[in-house]
Design a protein around this ligand. Structure first.
Ligand SMILES: Cc1cc2nc3c(=O)[nH]c(=O)nc-3n(C[C@H](O)[C@H](O)[C@H](O)COP(=O)(O)OP(=O)(O)OC[C@H]3O[C@@H](n4cnc5c(N)ncnc54)[C@H](O)[C@@H]3O)c2cc1C
Length: 415
């Protein structure tokens, strides 16, 4: 006997959004359990996420965006520079205004911004609150450790010995994904010799909604506009240098940050805590097994260079939900193998291509070689003069290219 329809391992953003999406589409009768040893509450996290237009539409469709909107900063454009750390001036080599449709800056549709910057804690809090209000969903403070499938269902066992039996289990349990391990799915992975440093700054002048990406020899240094005169800095740095910088006192840390930030926004102040993430890439060799699927960072971990990790995870959520709901609508079992195969075919290429592209970009730009810089700067200048190519790149970053799942187009799933 199954006691649940779906069990979701992991209460990060991918898991919470998947549980909400499925329960809305399947209706009040659906029984969904989310397992996470930390529950679903917001943990301290200084990151802010660059969310694509597609991700925002998904959050709006499932009723999460309203609680996020006041803290969300629309991005009107992106300026890209490429220089040495000691260069006093960082000329903008490539600039996107993303003027597509609607005629407004940052529009990908009818005046809709192509990207938003949202604090991670705001998102986690909003998703958890929406789920607490969702009938048929329960969140259990448990760590999933093992799974066993048979023709009638899948049983997920917890560290404390308890278990749940459902028609479908989805691993949304992050990079290390204990459920992926338990299913015997292998990964390809490597470490970048870099750490991702994140903090928030306040600046003297308004950012006008523009994001800045400085390609520096230690790695990409992204300035993401937040509400008010604030920006989140997501800064990839050589791992040894990053350890030294993170250990500095506030004045020393701010000094290192100012050397990289540039002067465009005037005087800077620290406006939040700092933290560092070891950076790595991994890709699961399979996305599904009988009655089992992976989503989010359990599938792939990408370099934060393009701010796409969560966006890829939310695209998984939208595609998986659509495949499952389409199967249930025609009377198939919720763990139907053809529905899961359809999901795997849909998402396999996107994840692998993104992981490879972000890795290549990081290696191309994180090098202090004058000749290489001249060549890549000529390339950036060329892209800057090709509005057609820029539109394609903006479409990609907005999550609105290729076969776009319904939820990313803002269309609800119905049984
Ligand atoms: C520096 C940095 C900046 C980034 N910036 C961006 C950005 O701008 N835009 C963007 O789109 N992405 C960005 N990302 C990527 C983004 O953070 C991840 O893609 C996203 O958080 C993945 O969410 P997730 O829910 O799949 O995994 P996680 O957030 O890792 O959540 C996994 C959950 O599973 C739980 N768990 C673990 N083990 C178990 C178990 N045994 N049983 C049950 N639950 C378990 C954990 O407690 C956790 O809550 C960035 C990443 C980094 C490192």
């Amino acid at each position: 006997m199954r006691d649940h329809d779906v069990v979701v391992g992991g209460g990060g953003l991918t898991g919470l959004v998947l549980a909400r999406t499925l329960s809305q589409a399947l209706g009040d009768g659906a029984r969904i359990a989310v397992l996470d040893p930390g529950g679903a509450s917001a943990r301290p996290d200084p990151r802010s996420y660059a969310l694509s237009a597609g991700s925002r539409r998904l959050l709006e469709t499932i009723g999460v965006w309203a609680a996020v909107a006041a803290d969300a900063q629309p991005v009107t454009g992106i300026d890209i520079t490429d220089s040495a750390l000691t260069d006093a001036i960082r000329p903008v080599l490539l600039s996107y205004d993303t003027e597509v449709g609607g005629g407004e800056p940052g529009a990908v549709g009818d005046g809709e911004p192509g990207m938003w910057i949202v604090p991670a804690e705001t998102l986690q809090r909003a998703a958890a609150a929406a789920l607490a209000d969702t009938a048929g969903v329960k969140i259990l403070p448990a760590a999933a450790t093992a799974l066993a499938q048979d023709v009638a269902g899948i049983t997920v066992t917890f560290a404390d010995g308890g278990s749940i039996r459902a028609g479908l289990a989805v691993a949304c349990d992050g990079r290390a994904s204990p459920l992926r391990e338990a299913a015997g799915i292998k990964t390809v992975s490597w470490r970048y010799p870099q750490t991702g440093i994140v903090t928030t700054v306040r600046h003297e002048r308004p950012h006008g909604g523009r994001a800045i990406q400085h390609f520096l020899p230690g790695g990409p240094f992204a300035i993401l506009p937040l509400t008010g005169n604030r920006s989140c800095v997501t800064w990839s740095e050589d791992e040894h240098e990053a350890a030294r910088i993170l250990a500095l006192d506030d004045a020393g840390f701010l000094g290192e940050l100012e050397r990289r930030f540039g002067y465009r926004l005037g005087a800077l102040d620290l406006a939040g805590p700092r933290a560092g993430w070891p950076l790595g890439m991994h890709l699961a060799r399979e996305l599904v097994a009988p009655r089992f699927a992976l989503a989010g960072d359990a599938v792939r971990g990408v370099h934060p260079i393009a701010g796409q990790g969560l966006n890829l995870g939310l695209r998984d959520v939208a595609a998986l939900s659509e495949c499952v709901v389409d199967a249930v609508r025609v009377g198939l079992d919720i763990g139907d193998a053809t529905a899961l195969e359809r999901y795997a075919r849909w998402r396999r290429f996107d994840g692998a291509a993104s992981a490879a592209a972000f890795s290549a970009l990081n290696s191309l730009f994180s090098q202090d070689n004058a000749l290489l810089r001249a060549v890549r700067d000529a390339g950036l200048g060329l892209v800057d003069r090709l509005p057609g190519l820029k539109r394609v790149l903006v479409g990609e970053a907005s999550g609105l290219s290729g076969e776009v799942p319904k939820l990313l187009r803002g269309e609800p799933l119905v049984i």
